[in-house]
Design a protein around this ligand. Structure first.
Ligand code: NAD
Length: 259
């Protein structure tokens, strides 16, 4: 479905971004990865799924730095001729009561989880409009729709990215570029494993028990959402059938926000 197209996925060396990159590669897209950690392993994990001679590339832009984000979009356009699918996925978390929240963590979360999407969109959108195709997927969260205590920066950034999604979807409503948000509930990635570990340590309980508690508090299905499920939604949102889905925030959350 995406033969000849190029997808750029931020924060795709791990977790949800890696899963989405694999699924888009399996649809035939060239893929540009981004993020920290073991880059070669991530490239190999995605290359396994590539079809039709599509290539896997990487750019190491720090998503808290606007100039690096712009350079990444330009590098993708230069290497592949386009950014057809932009997945704004990079994100971090910090958990603390608001009066103890480190100012530096607040700034980093707003920069990486929210402002990075603004910068990537503003640079990538003109090329999408010019070429007559574009899919922008913002990986938000259930925390873009509802809040949890001790996550003020994350909740603010995720509510913000849903607002950004709606505004840009309106600005592009008569163009072939669609803009939507994906809102996962708990997904067992390194970002959530840290929260599992913190709970297990604080309460002196096992890792399994901590996972069960996390799910029981918020996610009625009692099952983690998987990167593969989110990737399936991303592929659908890139398909012709999704051409008139615009400004939506679609939750994949085991019933979290239905409560
Ligand atoms: P993860 O920690 O597995 O992956 C985060 C990715 O972002 C990694 O590739 C990391 O290298 C990259 N990254 C972090 N800081 C970066 C920076 N400054 N510049 C470039 N890349 C950077 O986490 P994940 O759970 O896969 O999270 C991906 C997205 O999904 C995030 O936006 C997160 O908020 C969102 N999300 C996750 C969950 C969940 O339960 N895991 C739920 C809802 C939403």
């Amino acid at each position: 479905m995406l033969n000849g197209k190029t997808a750029l996925i931020t924060g795709s060396t791990s977790g949800i971004g890696l899963g989405i990159a694999q699924a888009l590669a399996a649809q035939g897209a060239h893929v540009m990865l981004n993020g920290f950690g073991d880059v070669e392993a991530a490239k190999a994990e995605v290359a396994k799924f590539s079809t039709g001679g599509a290539r896997v590339s990487y750019h190491g832009a720090d998503m808290s730095k606007p100039a690096e984000i712009e350079a990444m979009i330009r590098a993708c356009e230069e290497e592949f001729g386009a950014v057809d699918v932009l997945v704004n996925n990079a994100g971090i978390q910090h958990v603390a009561p608001v009066e103890e929240f480190p100012v530096e963590r607040w700034d980093a979360i707003i920069a990486i989880n929210l402002s990075s999407a603004f910068h990537a969109i503003r640079v990538a959108l003109p090329g999408m409009k010019q070429r007559g195709f574009g899919r922008i997927l913002n990986v938000a969260s259930v925390h873009g729709l509802v809040a949890s205590a001790q996550k003020s920066a994350y909740v603010a950034a995720k509510h913000g990215i849903i607002g950004l999604t709606k505004a840009v979807a309106l600005e592009t409503a008569t163009t072939p570029v669609t803009v939507n948000a994906i809102c996962p509930g708990w997904v067992l990635t390194p970002l959530v494993q840290k929260q599992v570990d913190a709970r297990a340590q604080a309460q002196q309980i096992s890792n399994d028990e901590a996972k069960k508690q996390l799910l029981a508090e918020k996610q009625p299905s009692l099952q983690f959402t998987t990167p593969e499920e989110l990737a399936g939604l991303a592929v659908f949102l890139c398909s012709p059938a999704a051409a008139n889905i615009r400004g939506a925030a679609i939750n994949v959350d085991g019933g979290w926000v239905a409560q």
